[in-house]
Design a protein around this ligand. Structure first.
Ligand code: UN1
Length: 529
């Protein structure tokens, strides 16, 4: 079985850690895509149920850019319980036909979807840049990751021959086969931060294994979600197999996952919502509930670390996408002997970040998604200043472009280890730094939170590296990763599995065991002939 990453031979591809790309050509193409996206702004978009546009009689979602909240990207229909019911019922009907197709046909259609994502990647990235405030390279990384996710999952189905295999015989006259079969209709509920990659990863795995999907994009990113709907439609996913329902968080999300005809849920988002779904989903029997929940990811910096690499890696993972990644670094535990030099390097690099309108070339740091995120960040700043010392940042950005959107400064606080800011997920650019006495304390601190998604270590000592992997409670672990201390997982390279409060099933997206979670075993025994 090959395990090679799908991306190895394409030097021009932009991942979250790209180098050696012809950036002039990239920016020219990005400018053109932005112009096209801007020309399409302001339209009103329906739901798509059974391939038909549906316009419910309810105030639509007004989708604005976090970079400039006076820019209306479009209005998006808001589904309610009636539209959810209609979409789930028709998905149930369409799913049977879809599941009856030969698996190679479904994989062919999904591979076509991956191709279309690559063909449209500049447009998709430009939509994401404007809709969620992602910088150009991060937005392109999101689009490329989406296409690679689909291909990687298709590769899993192919390598396992559609999940059909001969089994042992107990008697000479029987023939035994096992097959993995779809559950039926999955509710797929996506977050705003990787609005294409996470939506595509979750839904494509469900689809290629013969499930239908009723999809709810994040309320802050319905346009990207609609673009994914168009990709699937144009790739040949039959009407009703992927239903697009934009809608408001709880109002519609609860009606969707709680619908009695939903056979399983795949969700990426906050731990609170994920746990609510988990506890409420299974009433008459146990339904699959695939969750990727938040993180409070720690980096340990020891006295043998390359401090420049550590400062660079932490800065990139703490402030990339304004810390709004489940994989973001939000805590650092640094040895006392190197704390001052590490902090100095980190502050210097963070000070040099270019902030502003991330749709412009070379601007790296943009707005947070909405006013609620600003408020969470303000609360953390106030607490951080009270309990410890702000090393950098702490102010809401003002003047020019900053007055038009949700801009706050990247903030670093040195805090006593007991501060609650080391434990609460903020999803905002606030980094907590604590000083530790050695490796035992660093590991104990890293492991004390209820989350366990990613973790990073900067160290030059082999025994520390070994202990880190052995003892840290996290599913995605990186050592000495300068390009991003805890971020940048890629399909086929780093499975993205949340431990503890960060996940549910122990098998992550981007990895070789993900797709199998969307199907259930059926053993087939035929006696005679
Ligand atoms: C997320 O962090 O919310 O590993 C999703 C990364 C990307 C995104 C993961 N693949 O940083």
């Amino acid at each position: 079985m090959t395990t090679s990453a799908p991306s190895q031979h394409q030097p021009q591809k932009i991942t979250y850690t790209s180098a050696n790309v012809d950036l002039d050509a990239f920016h020219r193409a990005f400018d053109a895509a932005l112009a096209e996206v801007r020309a399409r702004m302001g339209q009103s978009h329906p739901l798509h149920v059974d391939g038909e546009p549906v316009r419910p009689d309810r105030p639509p979602i007004v989708d604005v850019s976090p970079i400039d909240t006076s820019v209306v990207l479009g209005t998006f229909a808001a589904a309610g319980p009636d539209e959810v019911d209609r979409a789930v019922r028709s998905a149930k009907t369409q799913q049977r036909r879809w599941a009856a197709l030969p698996w190679r046909e479904r994989v062919r259609i999904l591979r076509r979807a991956a191709e279309l994502i690559r063909e449209r990647k500049f447009l998709l990235a430009a939509i994401m840049a404007i809709e969620v405030g992602k910088n150009r390279l991060e937005a392109m990384g999101d689009a490329e990751e989406s296409a690679d996710l689909v291909d990687y999952y298709c590769q899993q189905v192919e390598e396992h021959d559609g999940f059909v295999r001969d089994m042992a015989r107990l008697t000479p006259i029987e023939h035994n086969v096992e097959t993995l079969r779809p559950y039926g209709v999955f509710a797929c509920i996506a977050p705003f931060n990787f609005p294409l990659a996470l939506s595509t990863g979750m839904s494509s795995a469900a689809l290629m294994t013969g499930n239908a999907v009723v999809y709810k994009p994040a309320e802050d990113a319905p346009w990207t979600g609609l673009a994914l709907h168009d990709v699937y439609r144009d790739a040949g996913v039959p009407p009703g197999v992927f239903q697009y329902l934009s809608g408001r968080g709880r109002e519609m999300g609860d009606a969707l996952w709680h619908h009695p005809l939903i056979d399983g849920v795949v969700f990426t988002g906050s731990k609170d919502v994920g746990m609510r779904i988990f506890h409420g989903l299974s009433e008459r029997w146990v339904k699959p509930c695939l969750l990727e929940l938040g993180g409070k990811n720690a980096v340990i910096v020891t006295d043998s670390a390359d401090l420049d690499a550590a400062a660079e890696g932490v800065m990139r993972s703490a402030f990339g996408l304004q810390n709004q990644k489940c994989s973001a670094t939000s805590r650092v535990y640094v040895y006392g002997s190197v704390a001052a030099s590490f902090a100095e390097r980190l502050v210097e690099r963070t000070r040099a970040i270019r902030m502003g309108d991330v749709t412009q070339r070379d601007v790296w740091f943009g707005p947070v998604i909405n006013e609620r995120a600003v408020k969470r960040w303000e609360r953390a700043v106030e607490q951080g200043a009270r309990e410890g010392r702000l090393l950098l940042g702490g102010e809401r950005l003002r003047g020019g472009v900053f007055d038009r959107g949700h801009f706050v400064a990247p903030t670093i606080a040195e805090l006593p280890l007991g501060s609650g800011l080391f434990e609460e997920e903020l999803f905002a650019p606030f980094l907590s730094v604590g000083v530790v006495s050695g490796f035992d304390e660093a590991l104990a601190e890293a492991n004390k939170v209820e989350y366990g998604l990613t973790a990073g270590l900067f160290s030059g000592a082999r025994e520390e590296v070994d202990r880190f992997f052995e003892e840290v409670e996290a599913g995605v672990c990186y050592v000495n990763k300068r390009s991003g201390a805890t971020t940048g997982a890629w399909p086929g390279a780093q499975p993205f599995c949340g431990w503890k409060g960060s996940g549910a099933s122990g098998k992550g997206g981007c990895g070789p065991w993900y797709v199998q979670q969307f199907v259930r075993e059926q053993s087939r025994t035929v006696v005679g002939a």
